[in-house]
Design a protein around this ligand. Structure first.
Ligand code: ATP
Ligand code: MG
Length: 653
């Protein structure tokens, strides 16, 4: 089989400004020193990091235990508590510092100090204890993006209960599956969520999920009263959040956990199939998050940090619930959506709260370009000093807009490659040490031993694409798939690569400077006339056309070529039809041929008002593959955000 080819011709390079470099946490020398240390003394490197960045109740003496590979253990005889590390340890000098700026959908905001957060978490933790929740019990959290969602997660961590957060936009079926898989005892929800001015009943979705005969593990349902509307109620089972917390003590001794005790279970977003119940540890996971804050987000004590993800995803776990709190940051928790009351909400909030560090996803960036490319210019964004991107490869043209229009060519962009499974950043710029290139997540962080390999597991040459792997275990890696060790080893540590190399599932290549470029999922690689092409690069060429807002590329079987390229395109303007669509399709075909060459030219182009996306905003290429073949969709589309666009995209031009 031939190697995966890179067709992207991106060559722009940006240096961080002098001011940023002078004040950066990690200089280029410091970065080199960290990498050297990790290379020379891998365990010593991680042990130092864990001692410096976390507060241990009982210090560890063991570092890495590889005796039962790939079920690795880290700091296994140490004891700590995640909630203590996120809250209590800051009370000495930061009790009155704002921990959370909670901005509600309607624009009202509330500041919560570390002391107040502590008190709320303890009261809620005591309430959970009073219901009989103990260490190791599973608690499902199905809540809107509220400060209380963070309180609920932190309270679980405080008493050693394992939370499993289910994104508040999921249906009752998704809730039921996750409750059953985790055998959860308690579910925490709200009567309704409020997003973009719309009210969605969450409690009745929970009722529906629990009405199934085979969903019997839940003993109590705790309900946050987010709105005043009537709520269906079962007296024997349902409890109001405010009732059970009332009168509870604001002191709650943390449960001291073993570093390896599970902190939470989280299901992956399901872009490629059935979600996996990723299980994270307490010590290693927390360490990864703190290092990401210090190294990649260059965290400073006066930062106002804003990660726009939902707590239902790993990004919201690590960069809302845990890491910003673990370093004592002030951060924003935002209930609403980027397009309400209009498409300037993000920019307006950056101005209002003087956000310094802004972290969002390519899908949000692309849709905001489509809805209002000039809107950022209408706001004072001078507080910003660093921008981040996560979730998908960011197309170079979207990157350029983010850099110039949002960051005013002043703020470095950290394009962070990581996964639910890795818990924290793996490949990402250290912004004061690296030059950056649009579309590249740059270099692995110190201590992260990545490689790009072919099917035999051998490193590929520079410029050739291959499978992205991590060759050494690292602390924040998932420990297993919840109660499915077999799927864990088969998915991530397959025998083909020797059983000890972590297989990420993404394809990538390295440029002459060693920078890594993610080309898409390994499963998405196209094989056109013997050339194996990554999808991301063809998509980026399409997005570089001034008329195109978003594009997704998949293959369909072709008699001569093996596979032909099919492109699904969203224009910045209206969806074209009839003759206009034909003309537009022809224009885009020659655009791609001109930009990257004839081999990547789509045979078939289809237009939609949007693309099918998962609830976390990722393009669902597996559905598009089915549409490209002209087959009917039989896959699980329960995580699909906008099913109506499927019809538009099934029309060939
Ligand atoms: P599933 O595993 O169920 O298919 P998922 O992989 O979408 O879902 P996540 O763990 O949320 O679930 O996403 C991780 C994936 O997102 C990575 O494997 C990669 O494909 C993509 N990704 C995340 N960040 C980046 C980035 N900065 N650049 C390129 N791709 C990224
Ligand atoms: Mg994945």
């Amino acid at each position: 089989m031939s190697a995966i080819e890179s067709v992207l011709k991106e060559s722009r390079v940006f240096q961080p400004n002098e001011d940023f470099v002078n004040n950066a946490n990690i200089s280029s020398d410091a970065y080199n020193a960290l990498c050297n240390k990790a290379n020379e003394d891998y365990e010593g490197f991680w042990a130092d990091a864990a001692r410096e960045n976390l507060t241990w109740k009982k210090p560890f003496t063991q570092v890495l235990d590889e005796s039962n590979a790939p079920f690795y253990k880290w700091f296994a005889d140490g004891e700590l508590n995640a909630s203590y590390n996120c809250i209590d340890r800051h009370l000495i000098d930061k009790a009155d510092k704002t921990a959370i700026i909670y901005e509600k959908d309607d624009g009202q905001s509330e500041h919560i100090t570390y002391q107040q957060l502590h008190d709320r978490v303890c009261q809620f933790a005591n309430a959970l204890k009073s219901l009989g929740v103990t260490k190791g019990d599973r608690v499902v959290i199905y809540m809107p993006m509220t400060a209380e969602a963070v309180v609920a997660m932190q309270a679980c961590a405080r008493i050693g209960a394992i939370h499993s957060v289910v994104f508040g936009g999921f249906s009752s079926g998704a809730v039921r599956d996750r409750v059953k898989d985790a055998e959860a005892k308690i579910i925490i929800t709200a009567n309704e969520s409020v997003r973009g001015g719309k009210f969605t009943p969450l409690k009745s979705t929970v009722d529906e999920a629990l009405s199934h005969r085979d969903c019997t593990s839940i003993e109590k349902v705790i309900v946050l009263k987010r709105t005043d509307s009537d709520t269906p109620w079962d007296d024997s089972r349902d409890l109001w959040w405010h009732d059970i917390t009332q009168g509870q003590s604001s002191q709650c001794e943390p449960e001291w956990m073993n570093a390896e005790d599970p902190l939470f279970i989280l299901y992956t977003s399901g872009s490629t199939g059935k979600p996996k119940g990723v299980q994270h540890s307490t010590g290693g996971y927390l360490l990864g998050g703190v290092l990401s804050m210090r190294w990649v987000f260059d965290y400073k004590s006066n930062d106002v940090f804003w990660c726009t993800a939902d707590v239902g995803w790993i990004t919201g776990h690590t960069f809302i619930c845990y890491a910003p709190l673990a370093v004592g940051a002030t951060q924003i928790v935002f209930e609403g959506v980027p397009t309400y009351p209009d498409a300037s909400r993000f920019w307006q909030m950056i101005e209002k709260h003087k956000v310094t560090t802004f972290y969002t996803a390519p899908t949000a960036i692309r849709s905001l370009i489509k809805l209002g490319p000039d809107l950022p210019g209408k706001f004072d964004l001078s507080s910003l000093r660093l921008l981040g991107s996560v979730g998908e490869p960011i197309n170079p043209e979207a990157w350029m807009w983010y850099y110039e229009t949002v960051g005013q060519s002043r703020c470095p962009i950290v394009d962070t490659w990581w996964q639910t499974e890795t818990g924290a950043h793996m490949i990402a710029p250290i912004p004061g040490a690296f030059s950056i290139k649009p579309g590249s997540c740059t270099l692995p962080l110190p201590g992260i031993m990545t490689d790009i390999v072919d099917e035999s597991g051998a490193s590929v040459e520079q410029g050739k694409g291959g499978s992205l792997v991590i060759k050494r275990p690292f602390p924040s890696l998932l420990r297993t798939i919840w109660r499915d060790d077999e799927r864990f080893t088969a998915t991530y540590f397959p025998d083909e690569f020797g059983g000890k190399t972590y297989l990420a599932g993404d394809s990538a290549h390295r440029d002459a400077q060693g920078y890594i470029w993610i080309m898409g999922r390994i499963d998405d690689v196209l094989n056109v006339s013997g050339h194996r092409l990554g999808t991301m690069e063809i998509e980026s060429a399409l997005v570089a056309n001034p008329l195109v807002a978003e594009a997704a590329v998949v293959g369909k079987p072709h008699d001569l070529k093996g596979e032909a390229v099919v492109a699904f395109v969203v224009l910045k303007g209206d969806r074209p039809e009839g003759e206009e669509a034909k003309k537009m399709a022809a224009e885009l075909k020659s655009w791609v041929a001109h930009e990257i060459g004839k081999i990547a030219q789509p045979d078939d182009i289809r237009f939609g008002e949007n693309l099918p996306k998962t609830r976390s905003g990722k393009i669902m290429r597996r559905l598009l593959r089915t549409l490209a073949k002209g087959e009917t969709v039989t896959q699980d589309i329960s995580t699909l955000e906008n099913p109506q666009v499927m019809e538009q995209l099934s029309e060939s031009i």
